[in-house]
Design a protein around this ligand. Structure first.
Ligand SMILES: Cc1ncc(COP(=O)(O)O)c(C=O)c1O
Length: 405
């Protein structure tokens, strides 16, 4: 029998760390705080809207750019946040999750050997997306708060980048700056000053910004999410990506979207029409209902309060188990310092934690392109029921404290 090598563009990809850790979690019946999705149900009123849409026979292809009602609801969301008045017909495109939006944006603008800048640690799809488009990733580092900064919520306790490294990453070949805020896995929310530095460089080098803002509703302790597109001079060059999956705890629906000026949306749509063309019609209808009703029925405030409680509970649990945690201003992840555990790598630590303690976490080194001086951390997800966090607490309480130096 012939064997067929995979195409070069995918040959180096390997298996994602999530696959390995999830399999290990199942094998050892571990409490899974690894993968980043809720283990609780999405709102009944949104699920009801989807059921009704199916019953009403909204079951054929949607328009490629998305259901008009959903695009209007997205535009209304931008207007309500005072971000911008946008035209739903030419400036909003519905995609199959943020995942497709990211791929489509990169495919739409990156020519072979064009460079795309992003921060590390990064969301794991970014590098494969750039590579599949024939682009070249230029990765700059976000540095964790120094141990001395570890006092929670101290003004300086921020992941940060080196402005000189940022400036040096821009070259004549730079096509896209890819930004994620609120940031997975660090929980960082980029400040206006940081966004201004990025915006200035994008304008100076005539670079397109693609921003991944899927955690925009999950911000805590007064942190404010600022879309890069709202900064002066950025609307014309920014594609803003979002997803209803995280906001409405319905990640399996994969309803994402891109907001961008007409000239950018047009190119994105050229790619989108040949990637998926359109995405699930009844779920788009229900996503429209979700965006329409959420501001009126108190959903966003409840969501944030529930996540704040989960964050604080998990943080307490990790502290009690002997870990120092890094501050979380946004997203639904906590990074714990594991440098005192005696493990040489975060992957070995996470395997041990899953197998011997029964709690699964994700080793963030898989989110770095450059493995030199990667900080020793573990990522825990708090998009979990309080009972799940409690079950993890009971297991973590059994950790041999000697193990944690
Ligand atoms: C930063 C980031 N971007 C994008 C996605 C994917 O979003 P979607 O499920 O809408 O494709 C995720 C999911 O974990 C994420 O964390």
């Amino acid at each position: 029998m012939s064997t067929f090598l995979a195409a070069e563009r995918v040959r180096g990809f390997g298996t994602s760390i999530f696959t390995e850790m999830s399999a290990l979690a199942v094998e050892h019946r571990a409490v899974n705080l690894g993968q980043g999705f809720p283990d609780f149900a999405g709102p009944a009123w949104i699920k009801q809207a989807a059921t009704e849409a199916i019953a009403a026979d909204l079951n054929q292809y949607a328009p490629a750019t998305g259901l008009p009602r959903l695009r209007a609801a997205i535009a209304a969301t931008w207007a309500r946040n005072s971000w911008r008045d946008i035209d739903p017909s030419s400036e909003v495109t519905v995609t199959s999750g943020a995942t497709e939006a990211l791929f489509g944006a990169i495919m739409a603008f990156v020519n072979p050997s064009d460079e795309v800048i992003c921060f590390e640690p990064f969301y794991d799809a970014y590098l494969p997306d750039i590579i599949m488009a024939g682009g070249v990733p230029r990765v700059i580092r976000l540095y964790p708060p120094m141990p001395a900064d570890n006092e929670r919520r101290a003004a300086t306790a921020q992941w940060r980048f080196d402005p000189d490294e940022l400036a040096a990453a821009f070259t004549p070949r730079t096509r896209i700056f890819l930004l994620n805020t609120p940031h997975n896995p660090t929980g960082k929310v980029f400040t206006r000053t940081e966004l201004e530095q990025i915006a200035a460089l994008c304008q100076q080098h005539n670079v397109i910004a693609v921003t991944d803002e899927v955690y925009d509703q999950l911000v805590y302790d007064g942190a404010v999410h600022i879309p890069l597109a709202t900064l002066p001079g950025m609307w014309e060059r920014t594609l803003t990506i979002n997803s209803t999956g995280k906001t409405f705890s319905l990640t399996g629906w994969k309803i994402g979207y891109v907001v961008a000026a007409p000239h950018l949306s047009q190119a994105l749509r050229q790619a989108h029409q040949w990637i998926t063309f359109a995405t699930a019609t009844p779920l788009q209808q229900a996503a429209a209902v979700a965006l329409e009703l959420a501001p009126e029925n108190g959903y966003y405030a409840e969501l944030r309060a529930a996540y704040l409680e989960r964050r604080d509970r998990l943080d307490q649990v990790l502290h009690r188990a002997g870990f120092t945690t890094l501050p979380v201003e946004g997203s639904y992840f906590i990074m714990a310092d594991i440098s005192n555990t005696g493990f040489a790598s975060d992957a070995d630590f996470c395997r041990w934690l899953t197998r011997d303690v029964g709690v699964a976490a994700i080793p963030p080194s898989s989110f770095y392109a450059n493995q030199r001086d990667v900080p020793l951390l573990a990522r825990f997800c708090f998009a979990k029921k309080l009972e799940t966090i409690q079950a993890a607490a009971e297991r973590l309480a059994g950790i041999d404290r000697n193990r944690l130096g």
